[in-house]
Unconditional design. Structure first.
Length: 248
């Protein structure tokens, strides 16, 4: 798998990473991309996940919203070379990488060394907590991430209040070797936003997602202190265009 190198690009790179599928990587990646774009930062979203969730999200994004350049890293476009397909537009400010599940070894190492920030989502389940524990151990012992210039944080995703597994998740988060920077609740608002190709902070009316937007404050401070989630355009939901193409 070709991972775009940091060399040659003056751009902040944020990689969303977890070895287990279903942890909500694409939710994080697409929402962060929309936050940067809304703040007038030239943003590229790269989807390495064969499921293609991030790219499908981008295809639904109306031109009424801030533009995001998309790269589908999982499929070869027969009409162009691989290097041309994977090119990042000149002047890009922020690059968001949505990774596949199950990465390890040299592939994991490539993603890590070519990142500035790594966000690790974990949902409250025994399987996900175990998988994330293994990933963190791998990052510390094999990748030796502490010797690299990479900032890492953990985010609790799809959290339901007052559940037994939440107590187990809280204990896990207190013991991890990286900072815990956010807790996103389990809500249909993210599903509805994804169907429109927008971030949670772009939902209309803003009052509908006020609580969800506030959940991003600490995450945003970690990756980009100084940006805001609140000065977005209050646009009505766009008409979905099933035929819209992503610019690869």
């Amino acid at each position: 798998m070709q991972v775009i190198s940091k060399s040659g690009y003056d751009v902040k790179r944020i990689t969303v990473l977890n070895s287990k599928g279903g942890s909500g990587k694409s939710i994080l990646a697409t929402n962060i991309a929309s936050i940067f774009a809304t703040n007038s930062l030239r943003t590229t979203l790269i989807d390495y996940d064969p499921q293609g969730t991030a790219i499908r999200w981008l295809k639904q994004r109306s031109d009424e919203y801030s533009p995001i350049h998309g790269i589908n890293a999982t499929q070869q476009n027969p009409g162009m070379t691989r290097s041309y397909q994977m090119r990042v537009p000149a002047g890009t400010d922020r690059m968001i990488i949505d990774t596949p599940a199950g990465i390890h070894g040299l592939e994991l190492n490539d993603f890590v060394i070519n990142s500035d920030y790594i966000l690790i989502p974990v949902i409250p389940s025994d399987a996900d907590i175990h998988a994330t524990t293994q990933l963190i151990a791998n990052l510390l012992l094999n990748v030796k991430i502490r010797s690299l210039d990479v900032k890492v944080a953990v985010i609790a995703n799809r959290v339901k209040k007052n559940t037994k597994i939440l107590n187990q998740l809280d204990k896990f988060l207190q013991q991890v070797d990286f900072p815990f920077v956010g807790r996103l609740r389990d809500t249909q608002n993210y599903v509805n936003a994804a169907k429109q190709g927008i971030g949670i902070h772009e939902m209309y009316p803003p009052s509908l997602v006020k609580q969800d937007v506030s959940d991003w404050d600490d995450i945003l401070k970690f990756v980009e202190d100084g940006l805001t989630l609140y000065d977005h355009k209050e646009l009505p939901p766009p008409i979905l265009d099933e035929n819209k193409q992503v610019n690869y």
